[in-house]
Design a protein around this ligand. Structure first.
Ligand SMILES: *Cc1c(COP(=O)(O)O)cnc(C)c1O
Length: 394
């Protein structure tokens, strides 16, 4: 008996179930990824606008700050000595862009979601979350004292039923959803959620725009902008690590909420603030967000093409975004398909349970604005070929 036997047993089990995770060795060259000297187009990136790969933007940023570089560390929580003017500059800029009272920056989306929910939910709160919300939201809910139920994915009738039967049992209910869902690329009907909020009275609305900020809306402010309901969302959360090519997260909210969060959120209070250098880069990109419209437009064209092509293969397709699932169903075949596509030069990853529901294993394709239509057309030639092969095999 070895003292780590139970851990090795667990890993052995994972390997048997083909669910063992490993950190790959990758080298990045623009939109391409190199692994073991093999070059692949990155079709699994969250860099939706292609900003993280833009050398010109990086140079412009460095020139802007050439005379005086921002600090590379804040060395402390903002409540102690880690407060720098750049945080407030970004928060003010963002609150203004969203035309709301306040904005609060977090170290990551994970910090925001595991911090805010426990701070706002007590024993008399019911948290009602979409079945498919991100792990960070689930962890936030589990850390909170509130009761918790899930409604079927994007099923507003089910949500309405849950709100109705619980309305009088709780002081407050909090609806939690993403705006664009990370594995299906489909979009929540935020307008209808706002309507529920107004009808039931004791409901707050918490929306995570991690995959939408930068990409949707006239000014790139997300699905809330596109659906004209920025003003009605109590906690409008988003991250900087995806389309905004940086690190960190924000919540857009009323001033009283911001003050409350600063006093209550443990992941904000007890963690060293982001490096000012990193916040300056976020601000540099956020200031230009509205002007990246051509990138957004190009991304819509690519996405529409890919969704339509996969629909032609008679695959379920609820995506309305640049995240496009190609659903296979079975684990082994999904794995095989991913490897085949990688061999052809496309960095595609298999997504399996528990990340997605059983029987819906898939290749999650995500597009970025620095791709060319021709590249997606070539990709489709390979995908169609493998698709035929799978049909023959099964
Ligand atoms: C990526 C993601 C997060 C986590 O954000 P990080 O900044 O990477 O910690 C939170 N919510 C959703 C929906 C995400 O997709």
């Amino acid at each position: 008996m070895n003292k780590f036997d139970d851990f090795s047993d667990y890993l052995h089990q994972l390997k048997q179930q083909e669910q063992f995770r490993q950190i790959p060795n990758l080298i990045h060259q623009g939109k391409w990824i190199l692994r073991e000297q093999h070059t692949m187009l990155n079709m699994s990136s969250n860099d939706y606008l292609g900003l993280a790969n833009d050398e010109i933007l990086k140079q412009q940023f460095l020139e802007k700050y050439a005379k005086k570089l921002p600090h590379f560390s804040s060395s402390s929580s903002r409540l102690l000595t880690g407060a720098f003017p750049i945080y407030e500059q970004l928060e003010t800029e963002m609150a203004n862009a969203f035309n709301r009272e306040s904005c609060l920056i977090f170290n990551s989306g994970y910090h925001a979601n595991i911090g805010i929910l426990p701070a706002i939910a007590n024993k008399k709160t019911l948290i009602v979350a979409d079945k498919l919300v991100h792990a960070s939201l689930i962890d936030g809910i589990r850390l909170s004292e509130g009761d918790f139920v899930r409604y079927r994915h994007n099923d507003l009738e089910h949500l309405e039923y849950i709100l109705t039967i619980n309305q009088n049992k709780y002081d407050r209910m909090i609806i939690v959803t993403e705006s664009i869902f990370s594995m299906d690329g489909d979009v929540a009907d935020l307008k209808q959620l706002v309507a529920f909020k107004q009808r039931f009275g004791n409901v707050l609305l918490y929306v995570d725009e991690a995959h939408a900020i930068g990409v949707y809306g006239e000014k790139g402010l997300g699905i809330a902008e596109q659906q004209h309901c920025i003003q009605q969302i109590d906690f409008l959360v988003g991250t900087f690590g995806k389309a905004l090519a940086s690190m960190g997260a924000y919540v857009i909210c009323d001033k009283v909420i911001k003050d409350y969060l600063v006093n209550k959120v443990r992941s904000f209070i007890f963690s060293t603030a982001l490096p000012p250098f990193s916040v300056a880069w976020t601000l540099f990109l956020f200031e230009q967000l509205a002007s990246f419209k051509a990138r957004r437009q190009h991304l819509y064209v690519l996405s529409e093409y890919l969704r339509q092509q996969i629909r032609l293969l008679e695959k379920p397709m609820t995506s309305q975004s640049c995240i496009v699932p190609y659903i296979i169903g079975e684990n082994k075949q999904t794995q095989k398909m991913a490897i085949a596509l990688q061999q052809q030069g496309y960095y595609c990853l298999p997504i399996r349970p528990p990340t997605v529901p059983k029987g819906t294993s898939r290749i999650r394709l995500s597009l970025t604005a620095d791709m060319k239509l021709k590249e997606i057309e070539n990709f489709m030639i390979h995908l169609k070929m493998f698709d035929k092969q799978i049909r023959k095999d099964s």
